[in-house]
Design a protein around this ligand. Structure first.
Ligand code: IMP
Length: 184
């Protein structure tokens, strides 16, 4: 944990604790970037598909550690109100790029029940990409309702509601440089 992490905590008593400090986050994100770079050739030019809004902070740090040529694009989906999943996944914004005959890597902030990623995998594979892989920063192993394939994973975390580094509670806390837990 850094002094800056501590400043955020001191300013907001609703943050109970830090789960993954910013130093550990940055280190792991850099490793993931290297991992991904070694999986593709320069000719592959994969399209990284980031899921708005939560995935945007992770993506922007991740791509700065990816050394092979690539593109990125965005999708917006919703499945959540407050802290509980509705189980319904709705596409609010689709990709701009065609992914047919392209290498695609879905970049998620968190896989919780797995319903969102399962739905995205089904949708994107129907567009006939050359390859379709997945990367998530956080993985709530014990919350899974649908088994999904995760090719690159940052951290396994317990089944707790987390905030920060892109993840929100009612649109707040996305800006925290660490992943934390709110007071219950
Ligand atoms: P899943 O469909 O249950 O796997 O959830 C996927 C989406 O739910 C993520 O992309 C997040 O937007 C949201 N989500 C799941 N768990 C959390 C959490 O602990 N904090 C904030 N958002 C979460």
């Amino acid at each position: 944990m850094t002094f800056q992490d501590q400043e955020f905590i001191d300013r907001d008593p609703r943050i109970e604790r830090v789960l993954i400090g910013s130093t550990d986050l940055q280190r792991r994100v850099t490793e993931l970037g290297r991992e991904i770079s070694s999986e593709y050739t320069s000719e592959d030019r994969p399209i990284l598909v980031s899921i708005l809004k939560g995935g945007v902070i992770f993506l922007s740090d991740l791509v700065r550690s990816i050394t092979i040529p690539h593109e990125f694009d965005f999708m917006a989906v919703s499945s959540y109100t407050g802290q509980n999943t509705t189980g319904v996944v709705k596409i609010n914004m689709d990709l701009q790029a065609s992914i047919t005959d392209r290498h695609v890597l879905i970049v998620e902030d968190i896989v919780d029940t797995g319903l969102t990623l399962d739905h995205l995998l089904e949708l994107l594979s129907s567009r006939k990409p050359t390859s379709l892989r997945t990367c998530t920063l956080l993985n709530k192993v014990d919350a899974r309702r649908k088994e999904v394939r995760i090719d690159h994973k940052g951290f396994d975390i317990p089944d707790e509601f987390v905030i920060g580094y892109g993840l929100d509670y009612n649109e707040q806390y996305r800006n925290l440089p660490f992943v934390g837990v709110l007071r219950g």
